[in-house]
Ligand binder design. Structure first.
Ligand SMILES: Cc1cc2nc3c(=O)[nH]c(=O)nc-3n(C[C@H](O)[C@H](O)[C@H](O)COP(=O)(O)OP(=O)(O)OC[C@H]3O[C@@H](n4cnc5c(N)ncnc54)[C@H](O)[C@@H]3O)c2cc1C
Length: 371
């Protein structure tokens, strides 16, 4: 079949790999000018590891494993370590492979078969499902005709909006924002990763793979903004930390100010009654973002791509049966991941100085007990 995939993130690339390897003619359309490589390390857990194994990529993925979470400390205003992240508790799986998002994107992109190609700097502007095919108009002015369209274009999916309706019908904001900026001055300096809290906010400095990044999280009601407007996103971050000058917060905010690759997102879940309609299906954050707090978004993208491709293999041209099977197999994973966000939020973003001290004391006690 001729299949169009919107988005060259983890879900889109995994779909292209899985569908292309089964002989489909796949085009991925990505609105970035190239692969989007930023991001802190992500986790591949549970059955997503099997999905990677079936793609033949597990050895490559394991070779790029990092252990960033295990080297992360909460610090005080003087930068002194006060408590350690309990890694065994943070992960919900016995087997958990942590690797740079950038490395996973590259591994998947390098593994695309000859039957799959990526077109950058373009996106779907309109699509019409005629029942027998999908007619697509792109922002570039091109047009195309496809048997199926897969929306793998992330939390703010354009395919979802065009086919299933407005984002607000499906998006559930969890009250937290996340931002990330490269901090080149700290690159290659080594040392532990540090997280510093002020009430309702955290700023961190993480180092991995020769890079250093400033990371921020803060609690907030939903803030209306254009998610493609980098300057607006930076302003939201700066406002959230206005007046906070302790630890290295000003320096980390300066890194955010100047980074052209700045990444900003809300902790939001996408909850939909179904992920397919006619000849269109959603995979990954587009259909079922569990929010970064779950640590499961990448794993869902990988199992989703696998189940979708296996469904189409089993039912051949009966895409409706294939999509239904994909959804039935993927639902339990999504329910599990979306149910796992509250503990992470409370540990990372205590609301008061007292709650920060209590969290640190509890972690110290747990650490002493484990020793
Ligand atoms: C640059 C970046 C950095 C990230 N950093 C982190 C992180 O530090 N921690 C974390 O937990 N998660 C991070 N994520 C999200 C994480 O990768 C996903 O939650 C998870 O891997 C599921 O992947 P996905 O492919 O469904 O979504 P995403 O990884 O968000 O990929 C969606 C892709 O679709 C593209 N796209 C969006 N809209 C359109 C459109 N209209 N047309 C064409 N293409 C479109 C995007 O550019 C992106 O390449 C990041 C995502 C991105 C894009």
């Amino acid at each position: 079949m001729k299949i169009l995939v919107s988005g060259a993130g983890i879900a889109g690339l995994a779909c292209a790999r899985e569908l292309g390897a089964r002989g489909h003619d796949v085009t991925v359309v990505e609105y970035g000018r190239g692969l989007r490589l930023s991001g802190t390390p992500i986790d591949i857990r549970g059955d997503a590891i099997e999905a990677v194994d079936r793609m033949g990529l597990l050895t490559k993925v394991r070779a790029r494993r990092v252990r960033m979470s295990e080297r992360t400390w909460f610090v005080d205003g003087a930068g002194e370590p006060v408590a350690r992240i309990p890694f065994a508790e943070v992960s919900d799986s016995d087997d958990d492979i942590e690797l740079l998002r950038e490395d996973l994107v590259r591994i998947l992109a390098d593994a695309l078969p000859g039957t799959a190609a990526i077109r950058f700097d373009d996106s779907i502007e309109a699509l019409t499902d005629t029942g027998g095919r999908v007619d697509v108009r792109f922002a570039s002015g091109r047009t195309g005709r496809y048997d199926l369209v897969i929306g793998a274009d992330g939390q703010h999916s354009a395919v979802r909006r065009l086919v299933f309706g407005a984002e607000e019908d499906y998006l559930r904001h969890l009250g937290v924002y996340f931002a990330l900026a490269e901090h080149p001055a700290e690159a290659g300096t080594g040392g532990a990763n540090a997280i510093y809290n002020v009430p309702g906010r955290m700023a961190g400095l993480f180092r991995y793979g020769g890079k250093a990044v400033a990371v921020f999280q803060f609690r907030s009601e939903a803030i209306d903004h254009d998610h493609r407007d980098l300057d607006a996103q930076k302003r939201i971050l700066l406002d959230a930390f206005a007046g906070h000058r302790s630890w290295r917060i000003p320096e980390l905010l300066d890194a955010a100010r100047v980074d052209p690759g700045f990444y900003f997102t809300s902790a939001s879940q996408i909850r939909m009654p179904t992920w397919h309609r006619g000849r269109v299906a959603l995979v990954g954050d587009a259909g079922y973002s569990p929010a970064f707090l779950s640590g499961r978004g990448t794993s869902l993208a990988l199992t989703g791509a696998r189940f979708l491709a296996e469904g189409l293999q089993r039912y051949d041209t009966d895409h409706a049966a294939a999509f239904a099977r994909y959804e039935a197999r993927q639902r339990p994973y999504v329910a599990f991941a979306q149910g796992r966000v509250d503990g992470g939020r409370d540990r990372m973003l205590p609301m008061t100085w007292e709650a920060i001290a209590a969290r640190n004391a509890a972690l110290q006690e747990a650490d002493a007990g484990a020793a």
